[in-house]
Design a protein around this ligand. Structure first.
Ligand code: SF4
Length: 142
């Protein structure tokens, strides 16, 4: 919630520290644009589970998990016509207290299949160092 100039200044300080000192920084945010600006790798979480991870450009440029796709569709683009992303987000919020087996995103997922309600998806490789926890996500074409 910092103003833009202070935010950019802090992001640059972190990026410089990382380069100069060789340190790793864990940056937790809802701001995808700043995550893209400052990070080498991203992990997308939903209801306490990592649903997608990998190199920043691979994940944000070619999202495999429906939740990552939904997140990106919600980023406002002042040049685009009215987005359908928010309208397509229907369904229930996740049950994080005493969750049942299955994918925690299934109540909001337009691609859910029967397996999604029974089996919790585990992360699997879908591209170079790029993983997603989804039963229907497709790997990169060979
Ligand atoms: S596992 Fe099923 S419900 Fe979960 S994101 Fe993938 S398709 Fe959707």
């Amino acid at each position: 919630m910092l103003d833009v100039s202070i935010r950019i200044g802090l992001l640059n300080v972190m990026a410089n520290l990382r380069e100069a000192e060789g340190v790793s920084i864990l940056y937790i945010t809802h701001d995808i644009a700043s995550a893209r600006y400052v990070s080498d790798r991203v992990m997308v979480m939903y209801a306490g589970h990592v649903v997608e991870s990998g190199p920043t450009e691979a994940v944000l440029g070619n999202p495999k998990h429906p939740y990552t796709q939904l997140l990106l569709s919600a980023v406002p683009d002042p040049r685009a016509p009215l987005s359908v992303g928010a309208e397509s987000d229907r369904g229930e919020p996740p049950r994080v207290i005493d969750p049942t087996p299955g994918c925690r995103f299934r109540w909001r997922c337009p691609f859910a299949i029967d397996t999604c309600a029974q089996v919790t998806p585990l992360p699997r490789a879908l591209g170079p160092a790029h993983e997603a926890a989804c039963h229907v996500a497709q790997p990169d074409a060979a």
